[in-house]
Design a protein around this ligand. Structure first.
Ligand code: FNR
Length: 395
């Protein structure tokens, strides 16, 4: 205790200065096949790289000698005020990283009073997560093949008190993630000699993923009870893969949910305008963290044109590539209203569960306030394009 109080670095998570450091801790803790589930993306990972690289190409224009004694990071969106300009975005499959899966993250979000977005692909059911939640919940919906299942998911989301519905539209087909293929990472995972060696070398992880309940999509489990579709492929074909989805289906969802509706995965002004016309309150400018169509543009590069097309009338949420508080400030300055955190919290969860996610939130807050203070922007509303320079081609 005295050593810790004396400032020795006994706790690498608590003393990690950045999310990149947290990512390295996660990498050390997990076998490659599990780390790559979070860290990897589609094909050559061109879009994954572009997201972070292009955020670096946004440069700040600080205005010194402004009174920064009071910095306010709150934002008003969807009829409520949030203490921070970000939410924890939907990440499925969290039990594959070991530990408690989404449970730790939902607790961390509650402690920080930040909305936690429950993914349809979470490894705990939305009801199980709601039991652990002490803060606001949002629900992310995949529009599966069965209308009945979709309607049931929406009514269950209402029953747990979900304050917003986020419909993800960029997964008509699953992206091809080379790392997962190389690692034999499928559902169920392939038992290769390399995976067996990794499992033995990471016994904590192995024990955690073997612990009941069996890892699966627990939001769906109850909906298909009694059906003995045997293989994962048959299950996907029968209930999940929906190749006939169109904007009409979004209008159906709109009728079933009264609160704020967001469309996640928008990359063009055309689709943003379309989302507005079907009654969505907001959009997520997102390329799914580079995990879907590779060679999609980075989200920061398309943000200006999308904000210019719909910014006044819609809540624009920026997603994909956020790794620092500076990134949050940049996206807000370019014109986003809110930011959604993806892998950043996934790395925290992988490194140390609830504690790791709390450290990630702390890092983001420290860095965001530091950036705002140094810019001379004392509120989120004050952050506008006069605080940033970015490439002409994005205008
Ligand atoms: C995701 N993402 C995601 N999105 C979604 O709408 N539903 C989901 O179930 C998931 N699951 C998921 C799992 C994992 C492991 C990752 C890394 C991502 C996408 C996520 O919400 C977000 O769009 C991206 O993570 C944003 O990119 P960054 O910030 O992670 O680079």
């Amino acid at each position: 205790k005295m050593l810790a109080a004396g400032g020795f670095r006994l706790d690498p998570v608590a003393s990690a200065p950045s999310i990149e450091d947290i990512r390295r801790l996660a990498k050390k803790r997990l076998p490659t096949m599990a780390f790559d589930i979070i860290d990897g993306a589609s094909n050559h990972e061109i879009t994954l790289d572009a997201n972070t690289r292009d955020l670096r190409d946004v440069r700040f224009r600080p205005r010194w000698l402004t009174d920064i004694s009071h910095i306010d990071t709150s934002v008003a969106v969807g009829g409520t005020t949030l203490p921070r300009p970000y939410v924890l975005g939907p990440l499925g499959l969290q039990r594959m990283i070991g530990g408690e899966g989404e449970l730790g993250a939902v607790r961390a979000a509650g402690k920080a009073n930040i909305p936690f977005t429950v993914s349809t692909a979470s490894n705990w059911s939305m009801e199980e997560l709601a039991d652990e939640a002490t803060g606001p919940l949002w629900y992310q919906l995949y529009m599966y093949k069965s209308d009945q299942i979709v309607s049931r998911l929406i009514s269950r989301a209402k029953a747990i008190g979900a304050e917003a519905l986020v419909v993800t539209v960029d997964v008509p087909l699953n992206g091809k993630r080379y790392r997962d293929h190389r690692n034999g990472m499928s559902i169920p995972p392939k038992i290769t000699p390399r995976n067996a060696v990794q499992a033995i070398r990471h016994l904590d992880w192995t024990r955690a993923i073997m612990r009941p309940p069996t890892i699966g999509f627990r939001n769906l489990a109850g909906e298909i009870q009694g059906d003995n579709a045997v293989s994962h492929q048959e299950f996907v074909a029968k209930y999940l893969a929906n190749l006939t989805l169109t904007w009409e289906n979004i209008a159906d969802v709109r009728r079933q949910f009264d609160g704020p509706l967001y469309i996640k995965g928008i990359l063009t002004p055309e689709d943003a305008v379309r989302a507005r016309s079907v009654g969505a309150q907001g959009i997520y400018v997102s390329n799914h963290g580079g995990r879907q169509l590779d060679s999609s543009p980075s989200t920061i590069s398309v943000l200006p044109s999308i904000v210019d097309a719909v910014g006044e009338d819609m809540t624009v949420v920026f997603d994909s590539g956020v790794r620092t508080g500076d990134d949050i400030a940049k996206a807000l300055a370019v014109g986003a209203d809110l930011v959604s955190i993806g892998r950043a919290w996934g790395y925290g969860n992988a490194a140390a569960g609830e504690k790791g996610v709390l450290r990630v939130l702390e890092i983001l807050d420290e860095e965001l306030e530091l950036a705002m203070g140094q810019l001379g922007a004392t509120s989120i509303g004050a952050l506008d394009r006069s605080f940033v320079d970015y490439p002409e081609a994005w205008h």
